[in-house]
Design a protein around this ligand. Structure first.
Ligand SMILES: Nc1ncnc2c1ncn2[C@@H]1O[C@H](COP(=O)(O)OP(=O)(O)OP(=O)(O)O)[C@@H](O)[C@H]1O
Ligand SMILES: [Mg+2]
Length: 267
């Protein structure tokens, strides 16, 4: 297996969702993304921001091997992606937990899919649940959890098989502000300590700047990369960083860029 070079390479990526039906009831095809070029280096934390419906989830699904691009190439660790891979952990935007399984066995599901559940995997999941504030809930079913707790379980599940590449699609959407901030700081620590490569989709500009080595800004649909911003901060991020003028400056720059591209399309 190729282990050198880039973690992820997207070249000339385009995707069109086909239309269906005919006449008045026809549903037109949608060009979701177009001409997306992006390279992510091993150990990077890259966030993708952009207007709703611009193709962010579509891009993530193509990286994960869940969707085949209409045009262009996707490579992970130097290999063309042809389907789901064991070394990719993913938390999809509409990630659902299996209702009949408890928290622990939901988290162990990807491990089971890939082989046998080892004591090491069980231990890893126990540690992840603890760090996510879910200790003591291992035997609960999803319906016995809050929405935010379910999201945290989905993140633990994405990390359960110790993937080299972590793909997160708006994983903190339904968390309250305080929990979200705490999860951000935890995720930053997990990322630094594990040396994993991560790609995060978020609507939170603060969150993107707080967590990332680079923030990729997409245009309106069909989404394409309009700018890449590199927050000039050390890898270890703290809550205090968010109160600095430098942090506000980077967030402001991203906000202006997003606003400018929306204005152009709207006007
Ligand atoms: N399975 C699908 N079938 C048809 N069209 C789809 C499908 N999935 C997404 N689309 C369309 O592709 C476009 C991009 O969708 P996508 O989910 O990638 O957007 P997004 O940037 O993730 O948006 P959001 O921020 O709201 O999650 C949208 O116009 C959407 O309607
Ligand atoms: Mg999405």
């Amino acid at each position: 297996m190729a282990t050198t070079g880039h973690a992820v390479e997207l070249a000339g990526l385009r995707h069109v969702f086909a239309g269906r039906g005919r006449g008045r009831r026809a549903v037109h095809g949608v060009e979701a993304v177009k001409g997306v070029d992006l390279t992510v280096e091993p150990g990077e934390f890259v966030s993708i921001v952009g207007p709703s419906g611009c193709g962010k989830s579509t891009i993530l699904k193509m990286i994960a091997g869940l969707l085949r691009p209409a045009e262009g190439a996707v490579r992970v660790w130097g290999e063309p992606v042809t389907g789901p891979r064991r070394d990719i952990g993913i938390a999809l935007q509409d990630a659902t937990l299996l209702p009949w399984r408890d928290v622990m066995s939901n988290c162990l599901f990807p491990v089971e899919l890939h082989g046998k559940v080892t004591a090491e995997a069980r231990e890893r999941v126990t540690g992840l649940l603890e760090r996510a504030g879910l200790a003591g809930f291992e035997s609960r079913r999803p319906k016995e959890l809050s929405g935010g707790m379910r999201q945290r379980v989905a993140i633990c599940r994405a990390l359960a098989d110790d993937p080299r590449l972590l793909l997160l699609d708006e994983p903190f959407g339904s968390l309250d502000a305080l929990t979200r901030e705490q999860m951000n700081i935890d995720l930053n620590r997990i990322w630094r300590e594990s040396g994993k490569t991560a790609i995060l989709i978020t609507h939170g500009i603060d969150e993107a700047v707080l967590l990332s080595t680079r923030v990729v800004i997409l245009s309106e649909r069909p989404g394409t990369v309009v700018e890449v911003v590199t927050p000039p901060f050390p890898k270890a991020r703290t809550k205090e960083l968010m109160a600095t003028p430098e942090f506000a400056e980077v967030c402001g720059r991203i906000r202006d860029r997003l606003f400018a591209s929306e204005q152009r399309v709207g006007g």
